[in-house]
Design a protein around this ligand. Structure first.
Ligand code: AMP
Ligand code: MG
Length: 332
């Protein structure tokens, strides 16, 4: 096809063959498959080691393509799609019958998103169908924010990795459930809750316990590095670091630019505002693991704007890591 990049054409033919594609988006890199090909979708679960009943987000090129995969399109979906697509927002709506159980985990809903990344949009519009894609990491681990992270983690298990540079947002999409009445946030992410409320002109609650939804992002332990992670206040950092160092641990600290770091601690500056913290978060946790450090002490940002998503991911990364039960649910 004229005007389409060679690497995108290669990725499109991999999708058409039932292959898996590492796909850049503004949030994190995805592991994509043709959403209409059940065998291809099952390969995603096998490669990730993800429980098969956990639903995947379907990525599409535009809101019209999203509507075709929905049985109902509430007014709020129109408002939010116009305000935030392309962008880091996933809408959960009742699924059209054509959407397979493999994608939805057998649920009657589907999560839909138009990503805001030129390569992803070129891939989706050239491919012409929905691409089911969770984050391109093994289940429970830190999400990838560069093409190299995807290659390092998945190697030959992924057929083509499109390199779209480092992700601009750095944490996953905000998931809003529109399938059960008033909109609710299932997972905080790249679109701030405050912005949703401004667009809808109404408060939007955040669901804090996963009782009636199956979303891996809601598991207590998720997004976790190998190093043990604890949240600490800026004031408590020096004392906590001292205790861990005396125990013989190697210690990393994630700190805002201004705060000092105690001696003996490897400092990772997550400078500036909540958006900068989000952008740096996952790459920093990978770096901590690459250096073999035992402990990360993270000073969280304020829980406003994208900071709410950062605090959410830090909490889950710090949760006790119970072995998963047969549905893959760790400790809640
Ligand atoms: P991940 O696969 O780790 O990138 O995360 C994608 C998130 O979207 C997971 O938490 C999914 O469970 C969630 N998700 C996708 N579809 C749905 C749906 N129909 N209902 C609820 N959550 C969904
Ligand atoms: Mg994920």
């Amino acid at each position: 096809m004229r005007g389409v990049r060679d690497d995108v054409l290669e990725a499109v033919s991999a999708l058409r063959r039932g292959g898996l594609v590492g796909l850049p988006t503004e949030t994190v890199y995805g592991l994509g498959a043709d959403a209409s090909n059940e065998l291809a979708v099952r390969r995603i679960f096998a490669v990730k080691g993800r429980p098969s009943r956990h639903p995947l987000i379907v990525h599409v090129a535009c809101a019209d393509d999203a509507r075709r995969l929905a049985a109902a399109w509430p007014d709020e979906a129109g408002v939010l799609a116009r305000a935030f697509w392309p962008g880091p927002l996933t809408l959960v709506v009742t699924r059209a019958s054509a959407v397979s159980d493999a994608v939805t985990g057998g649920q009657d809903t589907v999560g839909l998103r138009v990503p805001d990344h030129p390569l992803a949009l070129e891939l989706l519009s050239t491919f012409g169908g929905g691409v089911a894609a969770p984050s391109a990491n093994r289940f429970g681990r830190v999400s990838p924010t560069t093409a190299q992270h995807v290659r390092d983690e998945l190697g030959a298990d992924v057929d083509v990795v499109l390199d779209g540079g480092p992700c601009r947002v750095g944490v996953e999409s905000t998931i809003v459930d529109l399938s059960r009445g008033a909109p609710r946030v299932l997972r905080p992410g790249g679109v701030p809750r405050e912005a949703l409320e401004a667009a809808l002109g109404a408060p939007v609650p955040v669901v804090t316990t996963a009782t009636d939804v199956r979303a891996p992002g809601l598991l207590a332990s998720h997004y976790a590095p190998r190093a043990g992670l604890s949240l600490v206040s800026a004031e408590a950092l020096a004392g906590e670091a001292g205790r861990r160092l005396r125990d013989g641990a190697t210690v990393a600290a994630l700190v805002p630019a201004a705060s000092p770091t105690p001696a003996g601690v490897v400092r990772f500056e997550v400078a500036g505002d909540d958006a900068a913290y989000a952008r740096a978060l996952y790459a920093t946790l990978r770096e901590v693991d690459a250096r073999g450090l035992d402990v990360v002490l993270a000073v969280p940002p304020p829980a406003t704007g994208v900071g709410l998503a950062v605090v959410d991911r830090l909490r889950r990364a710090s949760a006790p890591r119970a072995p998963p039960d047969d549905e893959g649910h760790g400790a809640r």
